[in-house]
Design a protein around this ligand. Sequence first.
Ligand code: 13P
Ligand code: SF4
Length: 368
Amino acid sequence: MNLFDQLAVETPSIPSMYKEMTRRELEDRAIAVKQKLGARVFLPGHHYQKDEVIQFADTKGDSLVLAQQSALQKEAESIIFLGVHFMAETADILTGEHQRVYLPDMRAGCSMADMATKAQTEKAWEKLNDVFGDSILPLTYVNSTAAIKAFVGRHGGATVTSSNAAGMVKWAFTQKQRILFLPDQHLGRNTAYDLGVPLENMAVWDPMKETLLFDGDWSNIQVILWRGHCSVHENFTTSNIAQVRKDHPEMHIIVHPECTREVVARSDSSGSTNFIIQTIEQAPPGSAFAIGTEMNLVKRIIKDHPDKHIISLNPNMCPCLTMNRIDLPHLLWSLEALDAGQEINRITVDKYIANDAKKALSRMLERV
Ligand code: 13P
Ligand code: SF4
């Protein structure tokens, strides 16, 4: 189910009292109810969540760590996911039948995940198979709906995250001659390029026009990139890089691989949110960094490293708007509803879809 389908089913609105409380009141009540719920509830939080929310996370991580933690979490009856919709779906797929997953605000989607629908993917697969026969393995970034993960699982493929994309693409080439990489063309392109696939051997599938964009002999195509992107990371540009090189030539430019190929090629290093955090943690005092990733995380890294000079690669960058939908009032509402035995904003992936999606996720989790 994509986000729009989910919203059409049930989207209760937050009671107004939560919007009227002071930050202090919200925090005090959240501490109290979380303490009361104890081990019955588990709160995984993505690094892009804002501080007012992430302070309540039981574990923080990038998409890979959170998927692993969800698979390991056997105790908690309820999981309140501090992240976006596809992450909560993944948690529902990987947790047991007795566990329930909630998302504090159902509007916390991901524009990239919604760029590949099931109908578009099936259409693309049919057309690509007509041309290339049985030579393609599908891989999907975890930033995709459960339906896309299920499609990939049914066709022998796997999920990837930005932490393990290189290993998964290498594995995919041991299975088939070509890969179809959904839905983020930039992560796919950056990863394949680093593994030695020339840009000339990469085509782009345009799901709107149902066309393969490629100049040359189609038999040379090794990677078919889905024409999707992250609307946050596409805002880092080569002009931003040129400006930082001019103003701060000493700075190490570190970016997320959801940035375009041109930006990644001109930066000094690239990797997942965990990679960015660890690189900066391990750098000596006095180091200088310009970071190309989501703004809640960049602000937190700046705060956590007063001994280092850190800026955002794009000075006009905003946080991811959908990650920001999860705020303290919604979190408190979720916790108190749980305590009152109410079921609001539950994420449930259809069993048939979950079964196939789990195949794609398991092929990844057993390799990392
Ligand atoms: P990672 O958590 O894999 O770094 O991905 C970043 C992201 O955009 C999550 O939505
Ligand atoms: Fe989606 Fe990009 Fe936001 Fe991540 S940062 S949730 S990929 S829109």
